[in-house]
Design a protein around this ligand. Structure first.
Ligand SMILES: NC(=O)c1ccc[n+]([C@@H]2O[C@H](COP(=O)([O-])OP(=O)(O)OC[C@H]3O[C@@H](n4cnc5c(N)ncnc54)[C@H](O)[C@@H]3O)[C@@H](O)[C@H]2O)c1
Length: 302
């Protein structure tokens, strides 16, 4: 079950946090892993440690440094995987960072950098993997491809202090859905996870308290709890699961339902709406008790 022997996985941002655990998980299942992280001393050190731990499991690993959102670096990453292992089967887009600020105080750099690392970071690597798999399917008649994207509950509930991050994470869902629709005919599965875990990213502010390690008992927010779902979605058994979004942490996986239309209103005369007709119809739906904004959920997203 979950056998990935002979498969090759690329994981972006795998030096630390969730990416590291996902690389170890895929390696435990037999995959050869390509560990990416940003080209910075501390990140290199962390990525080398992940690679060593993968080798300790008895699996093969290489590291490749660069910005996950840079086209040249992403191309170098994909080529490094092909050069080292001759194939790519699993693309886990995970890398990213936050620059939190309310929308009225957010500067252009905070917005652009976060949208770039998450949304463009997914795009350039998804482009490489999907193009490769399409080409291989046409040439060989079949291909083994699994795309796993990393979103956040911020994408569906909003996050008042993270408009850049929430928007990027919403874009990742839309982009992955489109890839899933396009690639299903080649047998490639594309899914999205929304993790909750105690990592460098969540280790400050409110989430630090909420995701704190317990003094005893089950550590629900350990990032290792997220990795088995990535291992499963990458596996042969999960090939028919595509276009899904799943929240994952602790001992639970919540499969999101697809958005569906709610109540429908049609103009009384069948023509273009006017404002007073809209008021008449919609005011009964949005009555005085209607909550004007979503009030979030039990654990704030990152
Ligand atoms: N931790 C959570 O609760 C949580 C919740 C929702 C979503 N996520 C998402 O999970 C993913 C992993 O986050 P994490 O919590 O493990 O954070 P983390 O900070 O522990 O790890 C992120 C990794 O990405 C690397 N990285 C950053 N910028 C990069 C770049 N430009 N190119 C390559 N690597 C880069 C970092 O060096 C680091 O190793 C992120 O996409 C994050 O948004 C995390």
């Amino acid at each position: 079950m979950g056998d990935l022997n002979g498969k090759v996985a690329i994981i972006t941002g795998a030096g630390r946090g969730l990416g590291r655990e996902e690389a170890l998980q895929l390696a435990r299942q037999g995959a050869r892993v390509v560990i990416n992280d940003i080209d910075r001393d501390d990140a290199r050190e962390a990525a080398e440690a992940t690679a060593e731990d993968v080798r300790g499991i008895g699996a093969e690993a290489i590291t490749c440094y660069g910005d996950c959102a840079d086209t040249n670096d992403a191309n170098t990453l994909f080529k490094a995987a092909l050069d080292a292992f001759g194939d790519v089967n699993i693309m886990v887009n995970n890398a990213g960072f936050c620059r939190d600020q309310t929308i009225f105080n957010m500067d252009d750099e905070q917005f652009d950098s976060v949208v770039k690392v998450h949304l463009r970071g997914h795009f350039v690597n998804m482009r490489n993997a999907s193009g490769y798999w399409r080409g291989k399917a046409k040439q060989d008649g079949s291909v083994y491809g699994r795309m796993i994207s990393t979103s956040s509950e911020a994408a569906i509930f909003g996050s008042a202090g993270q408009p850049n991050y929430a928007a990027a994470k919403a874009g990742i869902i839309a982009m992955t859905m489109g890839a899933a629709q396009l690639l299903i005919k080649y047998g490639v599965a594309c899914n999205v996870i929304m993790p909750r875990a105690r990592t460098d990213m969540t280790n400050s502010g409110l989430t630090a308290e909420m995701f704190a390690a317990p003094e005893q008992g089950f550590d629900a927010f350990h990032p290792a709890n997220v990795a088995p779902l990535v291992g499963y979605l990458a596996s042969p058994e999960a090939g028919h699961i595509s276009g899904e979004v799943m929240v994952v942490w602790g001992n639970q996986v919540d499969v999101l339902e697809r958005p569906k239309f709610g109540p429908k209103f049609v103009s009384p005369d069948g023509g273009t709406w006017n404002v007073s007709d809209l008021h008449q119809r919609l005011s009964s739906h949005f009555d005085a008790d209607h909550t004007p904004v979503l009030d979030g959920f039990s654990v704030p997203p990152q």
